[in-house]
Design a protein around this ligand. Structure first.
Ligand SMILES: Nc1nc2c(ncn2[C@@H]2O[C@H](COP(=O)(O)OP(=O)(O)OP(=O)(O)O)[C@@H](O)[C@H]2O)c(=O)[nH]1
Ligand SMILES: [Mg+2]
Length: 400
């Protein structure tokens, strides 16, 4: 890859390595300088902050997770292996992966660590089984949505745990949604699928197997898809505005990328020879289509966007919008549950009126019984007194 890290040309670095002696000297000076550009010795030193952030980020490395979804047989597995496995592993000896690609039957995670100019990228590819018209197409988004939620949940748990500094970020940062080249735009299942996912993940729509369409057909299909995306209020990944201070070349690149959405791609893992050069392509009786040729398809643009230009933005949107969405819903659910539990607890410890009524009536019965007993005792006492009196009287008479 020929992309030059944008940090290499950072205006603040001015070719001074942050570790160099002069930069360290600058950090220790704390004096006011009315003309800081003129006297490099007297600056405070926070201009090295971007370099410090850069160094720290490079040391830690980057995580990125890409997912592919769509109808079965559209070339999802072929594309991801064309995108990463063969290309980024060109130094390593890999067996011909084409033979290995077969129908995906369950969600598969492929993990790889790539290094370029000292920058480490931990890449996770989530390959999902394609859905089929015949097999419960209405519900096919559920396992995919479940997988995305699971990753958010894991991150949420890790974030609230003790080992927060070493969290591995497996949240899905981008989902390539494959659209069939054979239809006339989006199908009902595509609309439903994307609507179920668009608040969870950045969706980048892809027209699969672009080699089966003519240039005009690709153009028309792109327009139709964009029209339907808008009509059905599907929120696909929105490319950020290009900064006005970017150079002209970068601005042009950005415009080209945006105007190519949905990217029409071709996948292949076969390396062929064209004019003495080895290229990845598909051979037909009438000629060869080259995966990396920008005239043949948008594969190069897709790869550029994913790896060179928009990876960080995809991660930022995941963290700031999709994960925040998940957190908000999760916390609201948790609060509701806590409230329910509290109410239940209150009910358990509050007086039971039926029981009170029953206890009261038992007490009343007992009171009544005591009262009757006291009455009986009083009668007996009275009787006893009468008997005593008559006995005394009897005795007195006798004595008289
Ligand atoms: N014409 C053409 N065929 C392709 C392209 N990409 C893949 N194929 C072929 O399409 C067939 C299916 O490719 P897979 O990559 O297995 O498709 P998938 O979307 O992963 O399919 P599931 O795993 O069932 O979801 C294979 O025979 C590929 O060689 C392409 O860009 N153009
Ligand atoms: Mg597959």
């Amino acid at each position: 890859m020929s992309h030059v890290s944008r940090w290499d040309t950072h205006p603040h670095s001015q070719g001074v390595h942050p570790h160099s002696r002069s930069s360290r000297r600058r950090l220790s000076k704390l004096s006011y300088d009315p003309e800081p550009e003129k006297n490099d010795e007297d600056v405070i030193g926070f201009a090295t902050l971007p370099d410090q952030v850069h160094r720290k980020a490079v040391r830690r490395g980057f995580d990125f997770t890409l997912m592919v979804v769509g109808e079965s047989g559209l070339g999802k597995s072929t594309l991801v292996s064309s995108l990463f496995l063969t290309d980024l592993y060109k130094d390593k000896k890999t067996p011909d992966v084409e033979d290995k690609i077969s129908k995906t039957v369950e969600i598969e995670k492929k993990y790889m660590e790539i290094e370029e100019k000292g920058v480490k990228l931990r890449l996770t590819i989530v390959d999902t089984p394609g859905f089929n018209d015949a097999v419960n197409a209405n519900e096919c988004w559920k396992p995919v949505a479940g997988y995305i939620d699971q990753q958010f949940e894991q991150y949420f748990k890790d974030e609230s745990g003790l080992n927060r500094r070493n969290i591995k970020d497996h949240r899905v940062h981008c989902c390539l949604y494959f659209i069939s080249p054979y239809g006339h735009g989006l199908r009902q299942v595509d609309i439903e699928f994307m609507k179920q996912l668009h608040h969870k993940v950045n969706i980048v729509p892809i027209i699969a197997k672009a080699d089966t369409l003519t240039t005009k057909e690709i153009h028309n299909l792109k327009l139709k898809i964009l029209e339907e995306v808008e009509k059905h209020k599907i929120e696909i990944y929105e490319f950020p505005e290009c900064d006005s201070d970017e150079d002209e070349e970068f601005k042009q690149q950005d415009t080209d990328l945006k105007s190519a959405i949905p990217f029409a791609v071709i996948g292949s893992n076969t390396v062929l020879e064209v004019n003495g050069k080895k290229v990845r392509g598909r051979m037909y009786p009438w000629g060869i289509v080259e995966v990396d040729n920008p005239i043949h398809c948008d594969f190069g643009k897709l790869r550029q966007m994913l790896i060179s230009t928009h990876m960080q933005d995809l991660k930022d949107v995941t963290r700031d919008i999709h994960y925040e969405n998940f957190r908000a819903i999760n916390l609201a659910d948790k609060m509701k549950k806590d409230q329910k539990d509290r109410n239940k607890l209150k009910r358990d410890s509050s007086p039971n009126f039926d029981q009170i009524v029953a206890t009261d009536s038992i007490l009343a019965e007992k009171d009544e019984e005591i009262r009757r007993m006291q009455e009986m005792l009083a009668k007996m006492q009275e009787q006893l007194n009468v008997n005593k009196k008559s006995a005394i009287n009897g005795h007195g008479l006798h004595n008289l």
